[in-house]
Ligand binder design. Structure first.
Ligand SMILES: *Cc1c(COP(=O)(O)O)cnc(C)c1O
Length: 396
């Protein structure tokens, strides 16, 4: 393809653009992962991820996609035939449920309409009915990347406790971590799953598990046959900063740089920035006269916004036009909402002007495609940005 001048806008909700600082850190020469210089790299990454998950407990890092970290979470604590309660927030919750089935678990899927986060009341009611405590884990997606909805994780924990149920709380925060408020210890999460290519601003290639002491104890006595994903193999050697097999060395260089950047900005400021950009994006979408897929007020994601196309118009055609004419990649609608929605990613290394550029790309594509809309969405977003300016709090 011919050279295109200017910067490509990678506005899909992961992978997100990688900051130059991170790219430069990754461009260092690969070192001996068993040599003396590696221990600091490994320890810094493991401790740094604890600060991002907000946990004093265990964090494990795998050279894997988020899907691998999903599998690691399930196989370490659940045994063949175990019942798990999952909630259909969207496409990613559905994929995790299918994985559970393939691994021989018995997932029970609470049906959702893809327009909001998981409902703690339904979870509590189901757990109360499970008097025999057959359900071993409750699995919820924190930020559902296919719909742009956030599940209230603290309330899910309260629902489990209110039901007096011993099930573990397992959370997919692959696209939520480092973008949407997440507190592993405070919220009583047992296993959290994440990946490198969303809020952490890295390329794809690292998978994470944060693991409570309780879940770790469960894994020592149970789980499924496993080798590559085994937490125990990791834990012993991680204490010295090393890994049981070759880690993704250069990804760890990048991870340490990304964590430093996040703490420079301040984790709470990062969350506030995402929320503000989500609000400005919704202001634009509503001004255009289009509908935001997430219909639950207060659960709209600061990571991405899924936008419903008007009847008779193709979201994929709009995305193709946006890419061809304005060099911007937008996220596609997945499975149930394929071609019906497109997704605007506003996560990671992102600021007010990236948002305006992104929304301009969408509005230009709406014009070019003749999609009925009210002009001026970008202006509505600017007004929102102006009225929601915030003074960042001093970094921690
Ligand atoms: C991206 C994503 C996944 C899948 O991660 P991969 O790295 O593509 O395997 C799972 N769940 C959520 C919520 C995601 O955003």
């Amino acid at each position: 393809m011919a050279h295109r001048s200017g910067r490509h806008f990678l506005q899909i909700p992961g992978p997100s653009p990688v900051p130059d600082r991170v790219l430069r850190a990754m461009a260092a020469q690969t070192i001996d992962h068993r040599g003396p210089n590696f221990a600091d790299v490994g320890r810094k990454a493991l401790d740094g991820m604890k600060s991002i998950f907000k946990t004093q407990q265990n964090v494990f890092i795998f050279p894997s996609s988020g899907t691998g970290a999903w599998e690691a979470a399930l196989v370490n604590v659940l045994g063949h035939g175990d019942h798990v309660l999952m909630y259909e927030t969207g496409h990613f919750a559905t994929l995790w449920m299918k994985m559970a089935t393939r691994l021989g678990l018995k997932p029970e899927f609470i049906e959702g309409d893809w327009r909001g986060g998981a409902d703690p009341d339904q979870i509590e009611a189901r757990l109360r009915a499970d008097t025999a405590h057959e359900i071993k884990a409750v699995c919820v997606v924190h930020n559902e990347t296919s719909t742009g909805s956030v599940s209230p994780i603290a309330e899910v924990r309260r629902a489990i406790d209110a039901a007096g149920h011993p099930a573990l709380l397992m959370v997919d925060t692959i696209s939520g971590l480092a973008s949407v408020d997440f507190r592993f210890d405070e919220w009583g999460v047992d296993v959290a799953v994440s990946g490198s290519q969303k809020g952490l601003m890295l390329p794809p290639g690292l998978g994470f598990n944060a693991v409570s002491e309780k879940a770790y104890e469960v894994s020592l006595k149970g789980g499924m046959p496993r080798s590559y994903w085994d937490w125990k193999d990791m834990k012993g050697i991680n204490a010295t900063g090393y890994f049981p097999y070759t880690p993704a060395t250069n990804m760890l260089f990048g991870l340490n740089e990304a964590i430093a950047m996040i703490h420079d900005e301040g984790l709470e400021n990062v969350f506030a920035r995402h929320q503000r950009h989500g609000a400005a994006t919704r202001a634009a979408v509503r001004h255009w006269g289009l509908e935001v897929l997430c219909a639950k007020q207060g659960q709209e994601s600061g990571v991405l916004t899924a936008v419903m196309m008007p009847e008779g118009h193709s979201a994929d055609a709009l995305r193709a036009t946006a890419l061809r004419h304005y060099d911007i990649s937008l996220g596609n609608g997945l499975s149930k909402v394929a071609d019906k929605v497109f997704r605007i990613g506003h996560l990671g290394d992102f600021n007010d002007l990236t948002l305006i550029g992104t929304l301009s790309g969408v509005e230009l594509a709406l014009r070019k495609m003749g999609v009925p809309h009210r002009a001026g969405g970008v202006d509505a977003a600017m007004t929102k940005l102006e009225t929601t300016m915030f003074e960042p709090i001093a970094a921690e």
